[in-house]
Design a protein around this ligand. Structure first.
Ligand code: GMT
Length: 385
């Protein structure tokens, strides 16, 4: 097998891009590649010591001449150091800014033929890309990469439009590992959260304004008028206090529970009958895929890449951003029809397995690595099922 040495850089704290980068690294290591994470702290999903996985911490020196400690330069220096020390074949960086730019700098320092693969996850394009002062920098990171991938067709389209990018961009959807994401038996746990006749609606996010958590509460309030139900909110972030206040104002305190940040997402999602994802922007929506793999359908907005994941009327329902009345109507329709619920559940399990499995997407990334390196053979080891 043609074993590669891959340096992965991502945001290691909570967030879909960190999850994708870390899970991909773990799967590549299982296939026999040597994976070196180069990040400012240990990626939260990395887990215990594993074969073929290494971690290199970026330390930022706070010299008195610097007004702000230069993290990006420290990262670029560390990337070059690790590449030289272990002989990396390529850097796979997640996010153009700052990571693709740091990889470009590291490549200049190395002066060798190391390759750079950049994966776009959204925020660098949909938020930072709107900032005129950053556009040239993001464009540099993208254009100087040897390959660029994006997590939905919509994000590819948006990248071209916002940044006037013409180069090839590969589509690499988010994926799930079916050894982790499958419907869990949570019968005992469920009793703590809802009565047997109550439906559980769930929202999981980082509570940023872009997630429109306030819409989640409005949808739930409407559903709750029609059906006995509970809302479980998972995650934390800047909008949390506002949401707490809204729930009190609406007199829904007894129906809503805050679960805070949770690591065992498959276990938590399995409690739900329905996931709500009414985002303003969402380049893919990993959480909806994780729910799908646990047999839980999603009602979401038509934002970004969500329609590429959720098939309206099959694995969930979609409505225009902000149309909480339509989303609530779909929720009631689905949750009051047990046959439809079962059909959706089966369709969710099939779609997550067939179209977004770890094997399909890991192979796509591997093919991209071999392509940029000018090698043809893909790693022969398979991942244990
Ligand atoms: O959803 C977030 O706010 C976190 C963000 C991140 O940077 O981790 O997630 C982005 O990347 C995920 C993995 O590719 C996607 O599934 C999310 O849709 C995307 N978030 C947004 O576009 C808002």
């Amino acid at each position: 097998m043609d074993r590669l040495k891959i340096g992965i850089t991502c945001y290691p704290s909570l967030g879909g891009s960190g999850v994708v980068a870390t899970e991909l690294g773990k799967l590549l290591a299982e296939k026999g590649h040597e994976v070196h994470f180069i990040t400012h702290s240990i990626p939260f999903r990395l887990g215990t010591f594993q074969k073929n996985i290494f971690y290199h911490e970026v330390e930022v020196n706070d010299y008195y001449v610097f007004r702000y400690p230069p993290y990006d330069l420290a990262l670029a220096t560390k990337m070059a150091q690790v590449a030289k020390m272990v002989g990396l074949d390529l850097f796979h960086v997640h996010y153009a800014v700052p990571h693709a730019v740091c990889a470009y700098l590291a490549k200049q320092m190395l002066g060798n033929d190391i390759k750079v693969v950049t994966t776009l996850h959204g925020t660098d394009i949909t938020v930072l890309g709107q900032d005129e002062s950053l556009k040239d920098l993001i464009r540099l990171g993208i254009n100087e990469s040897d390959a660029v991938t994006a997590v939905s067709q919509d994000l590819i389209k948006e990248t071209r439009k916002v940044l006037d990018i013409t180069r090839d961009i590969d589509l690499t959807y988010n994926f799930v590992d079916k050894r982790v994401y499958y419907p869990r038996d949570v019968t005992d746990l469920r009793e703590d959260f809802a009565a047997p006749d109550e439906k559980i609606l769930m929202h999981i996010s980082n509570f940023r304004p872009v997630k429109r958590v306030s819409d989640v509460v409005d949808i739930f309030a409407k559903v709750n008028q029609e059906l006995p139900s509970r809302l479980l909110l998972v995650g934390e972030g800047p909008e949390l206090p506002k949401i707490q206040a809204k729930i009190c104002e609406m007199g829904l305190e007894d129906k809503v529970r805050f679960l805070g940040k949770q690591d065992e997402i498959a276990q938590v999602i399995s409690l739900a009958d329905l996931l709500l994802l009414p985002s303003e922007k969402e380049s893919f929506g990993l959480v909806a895929l994780e729910a799908m793999a646990c047999g839980v359908p999603t009602i979401g907005s038509e934002a970004g890449g969500i329609p590429e994941l959720i098939q309206h009327g099959k694995t969930g329902f979609l409505a225009p951003i902000g149309d909480t009345a339509a989303m609530a109507k779909y929720a009631v329709k689905l949750l009051s029809d047990s046959r439809m619920e079962e059909q959706f559940r089966q369709a969710c399990l099939e779609r997550s397995c067939n179209d977004f499995s770890r094997d399909v997407i890991t192979n796509q990334y591997e093919d991209i690595y071999y392509r940029v390196l000018g090698r043809k053979v893909r790693g022969l080891d398979t991942i244990q099922s």
